[in-house]
Ligand binder design. Sequence first.
Ligand code: NAP
Length: 301
Amino acid sequence: MERVNLSSSSSISRIIYGMWRLADDINTSSKHISDKVNLCLGQGITSFDQAAVYGLYSAEALFGEVLKANPSLRHKIEIVSKCCIVNPSDRYAGVSVSHYDTSREHIFNSVDSSLKNMATDYLDLLLIHRQDPFLDHHETGKALDDLIKSGKVKEVGVSNFKPWDFNLLQSSMKSHLVTNQIEMSLAATDSFTNGDLAFHQERATTIMAWSPLGGGKLMKDKGILGKALKKIAVNQNVDIAAVAVAWLLAHPARICPVMGTNNLNRIAKISDAMNVKMDRESWFELYTASFNDGKLQWRLP
Ligand SMILES: NC(=O)c1ccc[n+]([C@@H]2O[C@H](COP(=O)([O-])OP(=O)(O)OC[C@H]3O[C@@H](n4cnc5c(N)ncnc54)[C@H](OP(=O)(O)O)[C@@H]3O)[C@@H](O)[C@H]2O)c1
């Protein structure tokens, strides 16, 4: 598995395994989660994407059980987690309105909780989960810098940020925001033309693509796109999912897809995408099929 450098001292696997759906699986036993992790490691997928809010604040602890049972695992993997979504829940008793909290106090408390949940003393990467319309970039930027200084977090980044929000937060920081995790797939192609991807290509910031299969939607497509995916999948003897992920991997921006399947057989085949050949014509065949008319046209942002 290829590696992608986030900085001169840290890297992630090109494909990341995401744990948003971990708590929704019918089997949430440590054994089952450990099987998922081992299947990933067997393919060189060493980076695991978490968030404080996943599973309504339960997913990190589920993963933590696996880490507690096997402490040597921690040094073989990179843990990404996110903070700042506050939903009414047992964790936030008394909160009645869902909101974002990018205050210093919240960020530090959230990271401490993530570290405890996952039985570790550092996160490889912390992301601000979503752009906060109430952001005090001076406070948040300083908090992120101080977290790095404290050693609790090795790198910081953002998720779902527009370029101007990325610039605003970065403007108040000494350390670099090393990634933006955004939605990208054949079911969500806007960022290819609306400036989001171009912004990060110019700055050589690593882009992570969440829901690379459109949350499973692409697998159910019976139209032009479904047929085009199937044709390439049959020709190359792989699953449709591998072709959809290869479409992201082929892009010159070196996009890092974050996969979310809970199915062990599917996890075992995630890295098939790395071997799919995707030339320019095939890329455009899928891209234009995603507009549902199969025709190349000028796409206005
Ligand atoms: N930063 C953000 O705001 C944000 C938002 C959303 C997600 N994420 C991250 O991105 C990760 C992936 O998101 P996602 O789960 O929506 O990604 P995805 O890989 O696009 O979708 C996974 C879903 O597709 C289903 N699926 C159906 N057929 C499949 C097939 N042949 N192969 C694989 N999956 C198939 C899976 O079901 P089975 O489980 O039955 O296979 C699962 O429900 C999350 O875990 C999270 O880490 C981040």
